[in-house]
Design a protein around this ligand. Structure first.
Ligand code: HEM
Length: 358
């Protein structure tokens, strides 16, 4: 397996570069003067969801399954993304990202056993949501109609992981039934958006809210937040993320099917930044050593980008909701700064750790 180290790190580096381009594209979308083409700015969404997160999740699964063919999953989503950056159309790029989504679902089915199928099934459902979003994107549907599918991909992937970790709590049948009821409402909402966009987004919002309340009530995060050091940091990042998931649910429930504007920005980024990126911040100290083979020492410095992420998102969301575009714009800029600072803190901690071992 040693030979896999270099391609693995190269994939991870490519994923981080796609993140940088994706964030710059987002900043270009909110009106900052960023020297990149409008073609790239217009593809901020697929860069972030498929290029960065789809490839990262695929890489994490490929490392976990320890089967060389599994690396085709992150390879395909990255290839689709690089083609998109090179000017290919959504039709072409979506074929590769769709194959990646199918491959991801196949990994979950391959891993599933009777005792693990209930949470791997939720993650596989997430992979099919990614597939649905990619197909709609390839068909030329507006991003507003694609976004609920992509949100569901990331939300179900994370919810499935939390359910897996929650096994230690021996959740009762009633608590599990409540989890699957929330997932069902969410999935029915997303599917309905393809037929009736506005009511579908509202039902999807209700599903997000139900899942957020379930996680806030039953997830392990409250327990880990009581243990000092890295567990507390992870617990805090998780709980803040669940709160933003609830905000995204309430806004989707209230605003329904919108194609742009402040509510659109809030229902997207409460989930994508507030929930998903907070999960990335929480898991990276544990996930990166497995994926990149680097050791990270946790320090309180990790709280700085976490506070900046949630503080700047609050500024952006409040700016959106009260109609203060400057607040939304500066909030967005500091969103980007929080992401950059996080990876600097991670890289710095890995370097310090490596030096201390010499
Ligand atoms: C610094 C961080 C970010 C900034 C500045 C940013 C900016 C934006 C802006 C301005 C829009 C258009 C909203 C509108 O039309 O009103 C947008 C849309 C979108 N964003 Fe972000 N975003 C950021 C982070 C993210 C992240 C982390 C993700 C996903 C993981 C994401 C996924 C999307 C998607 C899927 C769309 C919809 C596609 C579209 O309308 O083009 N964004 N973003």
């Amino acid at each position: 397996m040693a030979a896999v180290g270099i391609p693995r790190r190269a994939l991870l580096l490519a994923v981080l570069l796609v993140l940088v381009v994706g964030v710059l594209a987002g900043l270009g979308r909110v009106g900052w003067d960023i020297p990149i083409s409008w073609q790239v700015v217009g593809n901020h969404g697929p860069l972030m969801v498929s290029g960065f997160l789809g490839t990262l999740i695929g890489l994490e699964r490929a490392v976990g399954i320890r089967r060389r063919p599994a690396y085709a999953v992150p390879g395909l989503s990255l290839a689709g993304t690089l083609l998109l950056l090179a000017g290919a159309t959504a039709e072409v790029a979506s074929v590769l990202t769709s194959l990646s989504a199918l491959g991801l679902a196949a990994i979950y089915f391959f891993l599933a056993r009777p005792s693990t199928a209930y949470f791997l099934g939720v993650m596989a459902l997430g992979a099919f949501m990614w597939l649905g979003g990619n197909v709609l994107w390839g068909m030329g549907r507006p991003f507003a109609e694609v976004a609920p599918w992509w949100s569901a991909f990331l939300v179900l992937t994370i919810a499935g992981e939390r359910l897996e970790l929650g096994r230690v709590r021996r959740l009762s049948a009633a608590v599990l039934a409540a989890f699957f009821a929330a997932v069902s409402i969410l999935v029915v909402g997303v599917a309905t958006t393809a037929l009736a966009f506005d009511p579908g987004v509202r039902v999807f919002g209700a599903g997000l809210l139900a899942l957020a309340l379930w996680l806030l009530r039953h997830d392990l995060a409250w327990r880990t937040a009581r243990i000092p050091g890295l567990p507390r940091y992870m617990g805090v990042a998780l709980l803040l993320g669940y709160a933003w998931l609830a905000v995204g649910g309430v806004v989707a429930l209230g605003s329904g099917g919108v194609y742009g504007g402040p509510e659109y920005d809030v229902l997207l980024h409460a989930v994508f930044l507030g929930f998903v990126m907070s999960m990335v911040f929480a898991h990276a100290p544990v996930m990166l050593p497995a994926v990149a083979g680097v050791t990270i020492s946790f320090t309180r410095a990790f709280y700085v980008p976490l506070v900046l992420l949630h503080g700047s998102l609050a500024l952006r969301v409040v700016g959106d909701l009260v109609g203060s575009f400057p607040s939304a714009r500066w909030g967005s800029l500091f969103n980007g700064a929080a992401l950059a600072l996080f990876f600097l803190v991670v890289a710095g901690s890995a370097l310090i750790r490596r030096r201390s071992r010499r």
